[in-house]
Design a protein around this ligand. Structure first.
Ligand SMILES: [Zn+2]
Length: 77
């Protein structure tokens, strides 16, 4: 039997410095162990979604560039 959600305690990474973030129950926030940044789970999700969109945009740009190079090399002859 495969146990899913094995790591219920998520290791979140700090959006600022990439350090590990630990949940502090007393303040109900995730606190970065490296730089001390504290964020709520919602804020982390928001930042992550934004970051994902940015990465996606970059990938699309790369694809466009590839297409252009293909067109350029094939029309060169
Ligand atoms: Zn940090």
């Amino acid at each position: 039997m495969i146990v899913q959600n094995k790591s219920v305690i998520e290791m979140l990474t700090c959006p600022e410095c990439g350090g590990n973030m630990r949940f502090q129950a007393s303040i109900r926030r995730y606190v970065c162990l490296s730089c001390g940044l504290s964020l709520t789970r919602d804020e982390i999700d928001e930042i992550r979604a934004k970051y994902r969109d940015e990465m996606k945009g970059k990938e699309e740009e790369k694809e466009k560039k590839k297409e252009y190079i293909k067109w350029w090399t094939s029309s060169k002859k």
